[in-house]
Design a protein around this ligand. Structure first.
Ligand SMILES: Cc1ncc(CO)c(N)n1
Length: 223
């Protein structure tokens, strides 16, 4: 996207290089079925319950990114801190939404793909994982949702009205700008990172796409 200027964006190049997998994550039958109005509501509810548990785990992940940020790149602090703060709002939103759908969040336990994703997120609390790797991971996790749900509210959608609030949460122009800020931070950090960190960041980028695909699959599965 629009990096800081002259330099080509590393992250944009990765999206191109791994385009097929990126599309599988961001145009998954789960979100496409929201957009075309054919989503099965029990599937949607499964996703909602599981994502609530994901976001609780995500709080600790984003806090670990914030900690790495504070140790070295304090100029990004406000953006990351804003991310932590907005998760507070997000958890309230999930509780509200769950109540609307008659879901008892206290009785939900994580399914396998969700647990796998938790383990991946937990691995970032290790101090050896660099800020460049962590912030790039943060950016792609948010971007998959931004792109997926943004598509559900783009022109020509038949998204059911009761799902528009969900799509708006991650598909809004505001959330897109936030993702673009994270992307600029990731690109700047990668430009200054050693080659092995850049390699690890690309591996984490691919892993996130796999885990996101797994998460949609888990939400869609009838079992
Ligand atoms: C699985 C998953 N990925 C990304 C996001 C974006 O925050 C989310 N809420 N859940």
């Amino acid at each position: 996207m629009d990096g800081d200027g002259v330099e080509a964006s590393t992250t944009a190049a990765w999206i191109e290089r791994h385009r097929q997998m990126y599309e599988r994550a961001t145009r998954h039958p789960f979100t496409v079925s929201i957009r075309d109005g054919t989503i099965d509501l029990s599937t949607f509810k499964r996703w909602l319950s599981q994502d609530y548990l994901f976001v609780r785990e995500f709080v600790a992940f984003v806090a670990s990114v914030l900690l790495k940020c504070c140790k070295q790149h304090s100029s990004d602090m406000e953006i990351i801190l804003g991310g932590v703060a907005s998760l507070n709002d997000e958890l309230s939103w999930f509780k509200n939404e769950a109540a609307k759908w008659g879901i008892d969040l206290a009785s939900v336990s994580p399914l396998q793909s969700n647990m796998e994703y938790h383990r991946f997120l937990q691995s970032f609390t290790e101090p050896e994982i660099s800020y460049a790797v962590a912030v790039t991971t943060f950016w792609i996790i948010e971007t998959v949702y931004q792109d997926s749900f943004g598509f559900c509210i783009e022109e020509g959608n038949k998204t059911p009205p009761e799902l528009l609030g969900t799509c708006q949460r991650w598909g809004s122009a505001e959330f897109k700008q936030y993702c673009q800020s994270l992307q600029r931070i990731a690109d700047r950090s990668l430009a200054n990172a050693p080659a092995d960190a850049v390699k690890s960041a690309e591996e984490a980028f691919i892993r996130v796409l796999e885990l996101e695909i797994g998460f949609w699959e888990m939400s869609s599965s009838k079992s």
